[in-house]
Design a protein. Structure first.
Length: 235
């Protein structure tokens, strides 16, 4: 990584994207963030985003100096053209094709394409996303091959040299918590635990040992198990 590299982080307000934002602040000279309102069922994540950003700024003077503009993009068309458990009030279940109905077709492809367009305009050289092929629900747009192919397509189509970074690609949730501790100590772990939002159902009532959430949806289950493995309370 060059000391002059600048990054745009896909930042939802969840555990993974917050960890990725901290990772980018550790590695790049200037960092901006981008979020998407796509009619998500768990729109509470958009509410917590600004607070998480401000808490990251307060974490260290260095991070505060590096952290630049936040961009919020309206992609509500996604909920208009898809019928998924992430965008509509329907039960989470497995579809006939073997994928969970929380999979939003084309979502990450569109996110990265829009982010690349903003990065192009802002003169940013790296896109950072929280896609992961280790602890995931089988989403094909989270795969490493997908991201590599998309990097090629974006650079060909825009005549750029953007780099797509996915620091969580081969980490499970326990390792994601460990990375947060490595990057920002217990203070960052606590920030992620009580500040971020992951629950697919948008539940933010009770604070569990691993954070807020319903405790039963796939996102909560992954986050809870990973945290307890990280804390040594579960194998």
């Amino acid at each position: 990584m060059l000391p002059t590299d600048t990054a745009l982080v896909l930042f939802s307000g969840g555990q993974d994207s917050t960890t990725c934002l901290a990772w980018a602040l550790k590695h790049y000279a200037r960092v901006e963030t981008i979020g998407f309102d796509y009619g998500q069922r768990h729109a509470i994540e958009l509410t917590v985003r600004p607070t998480v950003i401000e808490r990251l700024r307060a974490h260290s003077p260095e991070w505060n100096a590096k952290l630049g503009e936040d961009h919020m993009i309206d992609l509500s068309l996604i909920s208009e053209i898809s019928q998924t458990a992430m965008t509509h009030d329907i039960a989470i279940e497995t579809q006939a094709n073997g994928l969970p109905n929380t999979f939003v077709p084309g979502r990450n492809l569109l996110f990265m394409t829009v982010a690349a367009t903003v990065a192009y305009r802002r003169g940013l050289t790296v896109l950072v996303g929280g896609m992961c092929e280790t602890d995931f629900s089988g989403y094909p747009d989270c795969r490493d091959d997908t991201m590599k192919a998309l990097q090629v397509a974006l650079n060909l189509g825009m005549d750029t040299r953007l780099k797509l970074e996915t620091p969580l690609m081969w980490r499970d949730k326990r390792q994601t918590w460990e990375l947060a501790q490595e990057l920002g100590g217990q203070a960052l772990v606590d920030l992620i635990r009580d500040g971020t939002h992951t629950c697919y159902l948008g539940e933010r009532g009770a604070l569990h040992d691993w954070g807020y959430g319903c405790g039963t949806c796939p996102a909560c289950a992954l986050r809870a198990r990973g945290y307890r493995q990280f804390a040594g309370t579960e194998v």
